[in-house]
Design a protein around this ligand. Sequence first.
Ligand code: ZN
Length: 212
Amino acid sequence: MESPSGSATSVARQLVEAGRRLERRGWALGTSGNFSAVIAEDPLRLAITASGIDKASLSEKDIVEVDDHAQLVRGRGDGRPSAETHLHLMVVKARDAGAVLHTHSVWTTVLTNATEAREISIRGYEMLKGLAGVQTHEHEERVPIVENAQDMPKLAREVEGILAERPGAHAFLLRRHGLYTWGRDLPEAVRHVEILEFLFEALGRSRSLQGS
Ligand SMILES: [Zn+2]
């Protein structure tokens, strides 16, 4: 079944737009971050940014297509899927997501460095209402923090277990690394990045002002 996002070409175009927008905000500097969107559900085909691409000059040729085992189906001869493709595929399956976005911001790095806790709790902010299904600023968003690792299939299994225990979570953080969030489609996933990055920055700046 084809995704509501449309053909592989239009999905790639939308991913490029989203990726460049997030890079301009400083959330995917250098070659950091990676972005994906579902092209087709059965069999699963995922469009994802190739490894080692500078997101400021991201273009459609930098988007490759993988199957549900993270194997390259279509793309540039030298284009390898991102090393973190396993995490994207896990989130797509676990959350029935249409798009998964991964950013490396200063504030997610600072906040996950400042604590040894395994989650960051966010509550009482109006911006929380930008998360899908959230109706009130009184909502508590508990964002899990997972220890960073380089073995991506293993890390994906670990996060899969955490997400299963937390069906309401909209995102997770990798410590001193960055944010993963998702949406039923790409616009919702982009909104979630913007909402969460706003909230992490607000939290970080508030703590700085309080001197804690
Ligand atoms: Zn990363």
